[in-house]
Design a protein around this ligand. Structure first.
Ligand SMILES: [Zn+2]
Length: 227
C-alpha cells in the first residue's frame, strides 16, 4: 500500500477503495478470483489430523483451519494485521463460519485468541476479535472476548517448535474487566478463533485458561495453517 494509503487507512478505512490482497486488483479487499482461496479445505473431511489425532494439543478436542497459509490467504491476513484493512474481517470470518459449519462438532460460544492489550492499542483493533465476531454471527453463536493476554509474548514464528509452548504457557487468563467473562464460558463448549495456527501451542494455552475457568470443552479453528 502506498504511503498515503498507510497514513490515512486507519481514519478513512471505509472511504478508500479496497485493493485485493491476493492480486492487487482495485475494488474489493479480496476479488472474485482470489476469494475461493479462503475455501481451499472446505470440501475436505473434518477432523483432519495434523499428523495423528494425538497431535491435537490438549485440551483441544478439535483443531481445524480453512486454508494453507499461502498466496491470497497469506496476503489477506497480512493486510488485516498490518495495513489496517479491517474490511477483510468480513470475508475471512465468513470463511471460518463456512468451514466450521461443515466440520465442527459442538461449540456454543465463540472466543477469539486475544492479542496483548498494548498491541491492540497501537493497532487500533484486535484482528482475531474482528474475524471471530463475523464468524460467530454467521454461525448464530454469541462471541465473547473472554480472554486476555497477560504478558507480551515473542512472536511464535521467531521460535522453534519446543520453544513455542513455553513462550505462551500461562500467558492467557480470563479478562477481569468483563463481568460476564466467567459466566459466558462456565459449563460452555468454547470455539476458539485465531488467524493463523502453526503448532497449536497458542490455542492450547488459551484452551487451558478456559478449562481452568470452568469451560466444559474447547475446540479451535483458524483461518490458515502454517507448516
Ligand atoms: Zn485478487
Amino acid at each position: 500500500m502506498p504511503l498515503l494509503g498507510r497514513l490515512v487507512s486507519g481514519a478513512l478505512d471505509v472511504a478508500l477503495p479496497a485493493t485485493c490482497s491476493g492480486c492487487g486488483l482495485e475494488g474489493r479487499p479480496l476479488c472474485d478470483t482470489c476469494l475461493p482461496a479462503l475455501d481451499a479445505r472446505l470440501g475436505l473431511p473434518g477432523g483432519t489430523p495434523i499428523g495423528l489425532p494425538a497431535d491435537i494439543p490438549a485440551p483441544l478436542l478439535q483443531l481445524d483451519w480453512c486454508a494453507p497459509y499461502a498466496g491470497a490467504v497469506r496476503g489477506a491476513l497480512h493486510d488485516l494485521k498490518y495495513s489496517g484493512e479491517r474490511r477483510l474481517a468480513e470475508p475471512l470470518g465468513a470463511a471460518i463460519a463456512r468451514r466450521w459449519a461443515r466440520v465442527g462438532v459442538g461449540a456454543d460460544v465463540v472466543v477469539p485468541v486475544p492479542v496483548h492489550a498494548e498491541r491492540e492499542r497501537r493497532r487500533g483493533y484486535d484482528q482475531a476479535a474482528l474475524v471471530a465476531t463475523v464468524a460467530a454471527r454467521d454461525l448464530g453463536l454469541p462471541c465473547v472476548r473472554a480472554l486476555e493476554r497477560r504478558r507480551a509474548t515473542v512472536a511464535q514464528f521467531e521460535l522453534g517448535r519446543d520453544e513455542r509452548a513455553s513462550n505462551v504457557a500461562g500467558a492467557f487468563a480470563l479478562r477481569r474487566d468483563v463481568p460476564s467473562g466467567a459466566s459466558s464460558v462456565v459449563g460452555r463448549w468454547v470455539l476458539l478463533v485465531d488467524d493463523v495456527v502453526t503448532t497449536g501451542a497458542t490455542l492450547a494455552a488459551c484452551g487451558e485458561a478456559l478449562v481452568r475457568a470452568g469451560a466444559r470443552a474447547v475446540s479451535a479453528i483458524a483461518l490458515a495453517r502454517e507448516r
